[in-house]
Structures are given as C-alpha cells and as structure tokens.
Design a protein around this ligand. Structure first.
Ligand code: UDP
Length: 325
C-alpha cells in the first residue's frame, strides 16, 4: 500500500518523500505546484498535479491507488503574510483540510500525519513549550493550523481516523547531498534570507525588531533540521502502524537562537561579513519559541541528528551555493 504525500514537492514534503522512498515505501505525491517545485518531485513517486481543495481530483487519487496513510504538508506557511491575507490561509489550509478529510474518510483511509506548527501556541506561557501548554495563536497562519488540528481530532473521534500532529518549530537546513533545499518565492525565512547576502542576491538582512524581552533584544527561535523533521514523520508512521493512539508532538531541538546569533553563525559558516539593518517588528511574532522535544523522543523514539546551529546553516549554505550556480 502507498503513502499519499500532499505537498510532496515542497520543502519539508520533498525531504520526507526522499526518506520514504529510501525506506522502500511506495509514494504518491499530490501537489498543486503553487509553492512546490517540479524538480523536487522524487522520480520514484507517482505524481498528481492537483489542489487538495479539488475533491474530484483527490477522490480519483484514492480510487486509483491503494493508500494506507496520508502525510499532509500542503499549506501556506507565512505568518507575516497571513496577518495581511487571513482568508488566503483559511481557504487553502482549513478548507483544504476539510476536503482532504472528506476524501480520506469516504475512501476508507484511516491514518494521517499532519504538519502542524509551533505557531499554534502563540506567545508562550513558559519556555520550553510543552505540548499541553495553552494554544492562543497570534496570527491567522497559527490559527489555521490549530483549526486543522481540531478538525482532525473531531473526525478521529467520530470516524476512527488515527492521526499524529507534528508541531514543527523552525524548519531549516537542507539534505546534505545538496539536491533538495529551501526554495520559497518570495523567500521570507530568516536563514535563506541571510544567505542571500553572501550570495550577492541581497544587500543586507533586516532584523525585525531588537526591543524584544530577550538577552540581545531579537527574537529567539528553535531551528530544527529538515532531515530531522522528515525522520520524525517516518517515526510517526511506524507509531501508527504499531497501533499507537492519536497524538501530537513538538518537533524542536530544545535550544533557541536569536536573530543576531543566527547572523553571527552564518558569518562563520560563509566566512563573510553579513550586512544588517534594523527594521520594525513583524506583526504576530512572539519573542521566544523553544520546544520541549521530550514527548516525541520518548513516544516516537525520535532523536534529532543535528544539534549544532553552524552545521545546520552549513547544509543550507551548501544547497544555496549549488542551487544558485
Ligand atoms: N526575521 C528577521 N528578518 C527577516 C526574516 C525573519 O528578523 O528578514 C526574524 C523573524 O522576525 C523571526 C525569526 O527571524 O523572529 C524567524 O523568522 P522566520 O520567518 O524564519 O520563521 P517563523 O519564526 O516566522 O516561523
């Protein structure tokens, strides 16, 4: 039986597909290529160019293939944009999830692994953030992910679908062979934007606020390597296959780095001085997000391999150098 990967042409989806294929799984990708890339589609996977809001197209995929489980990566992800365009997020993320769950349940597919986000917590009550902490998103993106989690939970209770929701902290880095990486247009994420400076594609990096209540005044995030995120999905699949009950997990390293620390680390990795400018705070940005990753380690047996921020940035730098040749 096959794994259907919605959003398998995107950043985290394509890295996960690689690991699924390497593990000998049969993989089907559904992606509308709105933010994903044709070049990132694994040649060993069967590809359907389709939008998850298109129920007819989705039902056709379920009818033509024997699907065991769905991995759902297909969503918009920009917190800043979501504040300006909330309905874009509710349409694609929330309505997309509704249609996907309808198609799944009508086709008898009962396992889903969902890409959730640390953004569901909003401004955290305490650090590190535990899975049972309050979820009060500060932007529509986080709200959409929280609604999607709740939708799965209710469908699970009513229709017996089992799920694992994975709340990613800051996905970063690239596969070490440099064949896949972070390639958003326009790019809004910190590490790739910083690397555009030494690549000569950008004059400087803007620091979004230095008056947060953190030691150097800039926001702190938990940067988790994309290969480790991908590996967590395979652990989650094993967990569900072995009969594990529906559950949700943080995926992070448990260590936080400020914007300024990331810029310093990138200067070391690239051996270049990176010009910075100070800008306004970005709306909806919490000061500090660090995961408690204990639950995933204990229950999913997940152990992240990358625990050094310079090594993480080095894999991103390797990808950008190859990709921008
Ligand atoms: N950030 C920044 N300048 C940029 C892009 C991001 O200072 O050009 C900051 C942003 O405010 C946040 C951190 O870097 O504190 C990580 O942002 P990113 O968009 O990479 O991920 P997010 O935390 O929003 O998921």
């Amino acid at each position: 039986m096959a794994i259907l990967v919605c959003g398998g042409a995107g950043y985290i989806g394509s890295h996960t597909v690689r690991q699924l294929v390497e593990a000998g799984e049969e993989v089907i990708i559904a992606d509308n290529l709105s933010t994903g890339h044709l070049y990132a589609i694994n040649p060993a996977a069967k590809f359907y160019e389709c939008d998850i809001r298109d129920k007819v197209a989705l039902k056709k995929i379920f009818a033509e293939n024997k699907i065991e489980a769905v991995f759902h990566f297909a969503a918009y992800i920009e917190a800043g944009e979501s504040v300006l365009l909330p309905l874009k997020y509710f349409s694609n993320n929330v309505c997309g999830m509704e249609i996907l769950l309808e198609a799944m349940t009508e086709s008898g597919v009962d396992k889903i692994i969902f890409s959730s986000s640390a953004a569901v917590y909003g401004e955290p009550e305490r650090i590190p953030i535990d899975e049972l902490d309050k979820t009060v998103p500060t932007n529509p993106y986080g709200e959409s992910k929280l609604i999607m989690e709740k939708m799965i939970r209710w469908v699970s209770a009513a229709q017996g679908v089992r799920y694992v929701s994975l709340r990613y902290f800051n996905a970063s880095g690239a596969i070490e062979d440099g064949t896949l990486g972070e390639d958003h247009h326009p790019e809004t994420h910190l590490i790739p934007l910083i690397l555009q400076v030494p690549l000569g594609k950008r004059d400087h990096i803007t620091i979004f606020g230095d008056d947060y209540s953190t030691p150097d005044g800039t926001c702190i995030r938990d940067y988790i390597h994309v290969v480790d995120l991908a590996a967590a999905h395979l652990c989650a699949l094993k967990y569900l296959r072995e009969g594990g009950e529906s559950n949700f997990f943080n995926l992070g390293t448990g260590h936080g780095f400020s914007v300024k620390e990331i810029i310093e680390a990138a200067e070391k990795v690239t051996a270049q001085k990176i010009k910075t400018m100070l800008g306004e705070r970005r709306p909806g940005d919490p000061a500090k997000l660090i995961a408690s990753g204990e639950k995933a380690r204990k229950i999913l047996n997940w152990t992240p391999r990358f625990d050094d921020i310079e090594k993480i940035i080095a894999t991103a730098w390797n990808w950008h150098c190859i990709h921008n040749k």
